[in-house]
Design a protein around this ligand. Structure first.
Ligand SMILES: Cc1cc2nc3c(=O)[nH]c(=O)nc-3n(C[C@H](O)[C@H](O)[C@H](O)COP(=O)(O)OP(=O)(O)OC[C@H]3O[C@@H](n4cnc5c(N)ncnc54)[C@H](O)[C@@H]3O)c2cc1C
Length: 379
């Protein structure tokens, strides 16, 4: 042993939560929370952004999702046009600058998608937040709120270093699970049937022959996953494979797991899905050796969550609005991604939209009906 024994301490009885005052408190540092925090901070607002995970970027970084989809129009022509540019345009430009984005035209979705490297995206998010002057606190779980009438006054967070209480006039709920509405005792909504999440697997040392089109290889891998799913104990039949040719990486979106918002049940569903994701990698190594024979597992990310609990908003976007291409007077986003619903264990529902079709999202859908100073964004 080296060094001095140090000062002896015991916890003080009046150990209080760290208090933070901000003009805007954003809960959830996924893509959506980051967009809010960076935009508000650039407008000169005092912003604090907190996330339960010990990284920023949410599922786009930690799962990792692996593709950015849903930003472009639909069809051979419109499929090349960004529908809601602003923040998305900047992220895409920064990814391209770092040689970390592979845009491609998806024949299936009939639109442009972008495969990206999640480690680069994480650094982009960190740099944007800090350059904008936001206070960023990863590893902070929102666990309680103080409410006066229809307004939130404070939100409290648990961290490994102690508690934090944030007081702000405005809050953004970018948790994807309507966490602020839930903690405030406001009405929330859950689906009648579970929407399945996915345990991704990232493989490295994937050999992609220069004379073969990456899309053709991905489709062949997907066909093999479907054909041999039963033999390898895979629940899901309809899988997606994304390739990053320049980095020799493949991302397997080949499992379905239930994602209950329960601290024990969530992980009881996740462990078998992690084993399945590894078996999907083994399947490709054995059945497609010319491409995947040397492939190694780079990482299994955090179990991916699709839809869980949502707010009850002042308006609700329905499937009829999407299919009818409804334009709301208070539209804040446009989109043209097909209806994609992962509500069966083996497959998912997929309803493409006609060429040139587009629908909008009303701002009122982001406002919890029972809370006056909360905006819910994202997943
Ligand atoms: C496998 C998979 C593939 C997908 N593919 C696509 C795709 O191609 N295109 C697309 O648009 N979408 C896709 N999605 C949906 C995708 O999740 C979202 O589009 C996007 O990542 C959501 O970003 P977000 O910021 O809204 O939420 P998230 O990335 O989920 O971020 C929410 C954050 O809130 C934090 N949080 C939650 N609860 C608390 C709490 N109590 N306290 C503090 N922080 C909390 C979480 O830690 C998390 O970081 C996919 C989802 C999955 C699972």
């Amino acid at each position: 042993m080296t060094g001095t024994p140090g000062t002896r301490l015991t916890r003080r009885e009046d150990d209080r939560a760290e208090a933070i005052e901000a003009e805007l408190c954003v809960v959830g540092a996924g893509m959506s929370g980051i967009a809010c925090a960076v935009t508000a901070a650039r407008l000169g607002r005092r912003v604090v952004l907190l996330d339960a995970a010990p990284w920023v970027g949410g599922q786009a970084v930690g799962v990792p999702i692996g593709t950015i989809a849903g930003l472009y129009g639909c069809g051979p022509e419109d499929g090349q046009a960004l529908l809601s540019p602003l923040f998305a345009e900047e992220i895409l430009a920064r990814l391209v600058d770092r040689d970390a984005a592979w845009p491609m035209y998806s024949r299936r979705a009939r639109t442009r998608i972008v495969v990206y490297d999640e480690a680069e995206l994480e650094r982009i998010f960190e740099t944007m937040l800090l350059d904008a002057g936001a206070l960023v606190v990863p590893g902070a779980v929102a666990e309680a709120v103080e409410r006066e009438g229809d307004r939130l006054v404070t939100v409290s967070f648990a961290t490994r270093f102690g508690r934090i209480t944030v007081r702000a006039p405005l809050f953004v709920d970018a948790s994807g699970d309507a966490v602020l509405s839930w903690l405030a005792g406001a009405s929330c909504r859950v689906g009648e049937a579970p929407v399945y999440g996915t345990q991704m697997a990232v493989l490295e040392q994937v050999d992609l022959p220069a004379d073969q089109d990456a899309t053709t290889i991905a489709r062949r891998a997907e066909a093999l996953l479907a054909e041999h799913a039963e033999r390898y104990g895979l629940t899901r039949r309809e899988s997606r494979v994304f390739l990053l040719p320049q980095r020799g990486l493949a991302m397997l979106n080949a499992t379905h797991l239930e994602t209950p918002l329960h601290p024990v049940a969530f992980w009881q569903a996740a462990w078998p899905a992690r084993a399945e994701a590894e078996r999907a990698a083994q399947l490709l190594r054995e059945r497609y050796p010319e491409v995947f024979g040397r492939a190694r597992l780079r990482r299994l990310g955090y179990p991916g969550i699709r839809q869980t609990r949502t707010i009850v908003g002042r308006a609700t976007l329905t499937a009829a609005d999407v299919l009818g291409g409804r334009r709301f007077p208070d539209a804040i986003a446009r989109a043209a991604w097909p209806i994609e619903l992962h509500d069966t264990a083996t497959d998912y529902r997929w309803q493409p939209l006609p060429d040139g079709h587009c629908y909008t999202v009303p701002y009122r859908a982001l406002l919890p009906a029972e809370l006056a100073n909360v905006l819910a964004v994202g997943r």
